[in-house]
Design a protein around this ligand. Structure first.
Ligand SMILES: Cc1cc2nc3c(=O)[nH]c(=O)nc-3n(C[C@H](O)[C@H](O)[C@H](O)COP(=O)(O)OP(=O)(O)OC[C@H]3O[C@@H](n4cnc5c(N)ncnc54)[C@H](O)[C@@H]3O)c2cc1C
Length: 357
């Protein structure tokens, strides 16, 4: 997939080949087929937070600010289905369990019409989650529009391959961009090699922005890095079973394959440095996740077989942001995946691109 750069000065340099950077390069090549584009990636495409993502995509917009981004991202994912990259998207029904008194408010946050489960759907949830404990007053709801599971790492690869296949995009791996300096023609990016580009999109995920930028963009105000962890659990799930989201617990069970599920849970470990995580869940992740799962499934400890963990940059309201600076024309940073950076990547990439076109 790696191709060498062609232009002396690229029209666009994308720093970071995670799911966000991959969407930026893919979309830029689609909108501007005459542009020379270079993606500079310090390690390998999709090897950051993207590699460990559960990739769950549900139509929840936690704040009004999320609504347009959720809708745009879902529409763009739908457009991918007919392409080669669509192989890495899988539809999945979504079931929510929540206290009845939260139903009305929750309904305003879901961009779909909620309805109660049928008896058959309810039976299936109970079969896949044996011994499931629900609190008095909790209700199951679903919507007819399916959610999706995004296989984010291979999708990032597929998007970059498609971009490279168009002939004017190069992906340079092993290139950690350390400096971005303004120049007469745009910017000079210094990594293991040196690149010149008229425009720059920075998509470094939880890593710091290259230093020093001509004018520091910095992190979005109040943004912090947080660990994200998920457990692997042996559960009697089948292909086609729903993702079950326990809204009050901020925990979901996602069937992966027959007999295997991923359990995503809230992990409040702040200040996690991306250099300190390697994708493996540690003892504290397993303990905390098992404790939270045990609130719902009594035999949680006997079900857990392992886990995964990485980190992400969280904004205060969990809405990813596009940062620009008047002193830096043609340069933008897409930051703050906030644990939803896969499902929001297509819309975030499009917004970021609009800021530099
Ligand atoms: C366990 C887990 C579960 C998750 N579950 C979900 C989920 O269900 N749904 C969801 O939407 N999201 C989920 N997320 C969050 C999601 O994975 C992230 O928000 C998303 O992957 C962020 O993508 P990104 O491209 O911004 O960052 P990354 O994937 O981290 O990509 C950034 C890339 O930039 C490169 N880079 C950084 N700095 C430089 C530099 N200076 N020069 C060159 N390259 C650089 C890195 O090597 C990396 O490849 C989960 C995350 C984890 C860890």
């Amino acid at each position: 997939m790696v191709a060498r750069g062609r232009a002396l000065t690229a029209d666009l340099a994308v720093v970071g080949g995670g799911i966000v950077g991959a969407f930026v390069a893919y979309e830029a090549g689609r909108l501007r087929p005459d542009w020379d584009i270079v993606v500079l990636e310090r390690h390998a495409p999709g090897s950051g937070a993207t590699a460990w993502s559960a990739g769950a995509d549900f139509p929840i917009a936690a704040t009004p600010g999320h609504r347009a981004l959720v809708a745009d991202s879902r529409a763009r994912y739908a457009d991918l289905r007919g392409t080669a990259a669509g192989a890495f998207l899988r539809e999945v029904p979504i079931v929510y369990l929540l206290p009845r008194d939260r139903l009305e408010r929750f309904g305003t946050q879901v961009a779909a019409v909620l309805r109660p489960l049928t008896a058959a759907e309810r039976d299936r949830v109970e079969e896949m989650l044996p011994g499931l404990s629900t609190a008095p007053g909790e209700v199951f709801v679903t919507h007819d529009e399916p959610g999706a599971v995004v296989h984010a790492r291979p999708l990032a690869d597929a998007l970059l391959s498609a971009a490279v296949g168009r002939g004017r995009t190069a992906v340079e791996i092993g290139q950690r961009v350390r400096r971005v300096d303004a120049s007469r023609e745009g910017y000079v990016l210094r990594a293991e090699g040196e690149w010149r580009a008229r425009r720059v999109v920075l998509a470094p995920g939880p890593w710091d922005l290259p230093e020093p930028l001509p004018v520091a963009l910095g992190d979005p105000p109040g943004a912090r890095r947080k660990r994200i962890a998920a457990l692997h659990a042996r559960l009697p799930v089948r292909f086609g079973d729903p993702l079950v989201y326990f809204v009050a617990d901020d925990l979901f069970v996602l069937p992966l394959a027959a007999g295997q599920a991923l359990v995503s849970f809230r992990r409040d470990a702040w200040g996690t440095d991306p250099e300190s995580v390697d994708g493996r869940a540690d003892h504290a992740d397993i303990l905390e996740g098992t404790r939270m799962l045990a609130d719902r499934l009594p035999d949680a400890a006997g079900l857990v077989t392992g886990g995964r963990a990485f980190c992400d940059l969280y904004t205060p309201d969990r809405l990813p942001v596009v940062l620009t600076s008047p002193g830096l024309p043609g340069l933008a940073a897409a930051l703050g995946g906030s644990g939803s950076g896969v499902r929001l990547a297509p819309g975030l990439a499009a917004r970021t691109l609009r800021a530099v076109i």
